[in-house]
Design a protein around this ligand. Sequence first.
Ligand SMILES: Cc1cc2nc3c(=O)[nH]c(=O)nc-3n(C[C@H](O)[C@H](O)[C@H](O)COP(=O)(O)OP(=O)(O)OC[C@H]3O[C@@H](n4cnc5c(N)ncnc54)[C@H](O)[C@@H]3O)c2cc1C
Length: 399
Amino acid sequence: MDFGVSERMKVILEMVREFMDKEVYPLEPYFVVKPFREMWPEIDRCRQMVKKMELWAPQVPAELGGMGLNVVEHALMAEELGRSPLGYLVFGCQAPDAGNIEILAKYATPEQRREYLLPLVRGEIRSCFSMSEPEFAGSNPTELATTAVLVNGQWVVNGHKWFSSSADGARFAVVMAVTDPEASVYQRASMIIVPTDTPGFNLVRNISILGHAGDDYASHGEILYQDCRVPADNLLGPRGQGFVIAQERLGPGRIHHCMRWIGICNRCFEMMCRRAGERKVGRGKTLADKQIIQEWVAESRAEILAARLMVLFAAWKMETEGLYAAREEVSLIKFYVAPVMLRVIDRAIQVHGGLGVTDDTILSFFYRMERGARIYDGPDEVHKVVAARRILREFSSAG
Ligand SMILES: Cc1cc2nc3c(=O)[nH]c(=O)nc-3n(C[C@H](O)[C@H](O)[C@H](O)COP(=O)(O)OP(=O)(O)OC[C@H]3O[C@@H](n4cnc5c(N)ncnc54)[C@H](O)[C@@H]3O)c2cc1C
């Protein structure tokens, strides 16, 4: 088995590391305390530099304006970018846009491509994905209540959504709505593109999460669609295929999150080890001399390594055999990696003591912002059930 990295990727990763050190990490102390909009000019300055360095949109095919990295190469780069909450955004591979780019690249009409896909890839506009609804279990998106009805050549969208991440300031939403209520559960819904300046698109609020409502890109919107009318041509992909498209979108999205989480693990782990070695606790000893801390270090290292290899394997399988073949691995990493990351963040905070819960380091930001990792894109429990059912099926057919 070859764990080597190509010469080209070595150069790319070195450039990324250098840029992160010089331009991205220095923005973090401001990012964690300032409104996002105030940070935007600095972030955008970095994005323009990244474009000049030709490191923009690593996961997007070159013909659309990205770097065209394969899934494993993207995983390696994502690991570096995930070390900072700004990494993905500065390099143009942030959720929810990356997922929307994925489905637009596959399904957009020439007009949708020109109007939405290409400006989105170039980072000129932002988007959101509007599937989850407060009144229904998001874990089972076949239960949606939002409707889109064709009236005189227009879709009329009505419904209540929440957790439409980054809706504030987005140019458009990809809305999952029931278009065919009489069809079977998996064919009732479709994807519709709704520009956010359409009358009837009402951003009710940015939902406060663990004490922070956020703003602009760094927010999660609650939206009321009230007789929101868009042209019939705003249907994205085939009618009735919303569920399939959602799965196609979430598969790569999950792996992108897991890759980013490995970066967070590495960053927090390094901070924990450094602090343990520096912090004196009397009689010439440091925290690193204490066995209980040594146990956290060893356990964290083992868990991160296991998680990393699982993510790289899932990436390799997705690259070589496709999303469908890799769906078990994607479920496994989704519920395995998130708790590893949360444990590592927690241990790093504990080693930092009081400092760990201040905003003087990035640890408290990760702690706050990443708790959702065990919930979004399918809660842990759902992925466990899905993976277990698939595994058990193999045994029952063998028996
Ligand atoms: C930070 C964040 C960002 C998000 N961004 C978006 C976005 O951009 N767009 C969007 O549309 N949505 C988004 N979501 C919503 C997310 O997809 C849903 O929260 C998720 O699907 C879970 O749905 P729910 O919250 O309704 O929980 P429920 O479905 O009510 O589930 C609650 C809990 O029940 C358990 N559970 C559920 N089903 C099962 C089962 N079958 N077996 C065992 N246990 C089960 C799980 O523990 C789960 O956490 C985001 C959520 C978060 C937290």
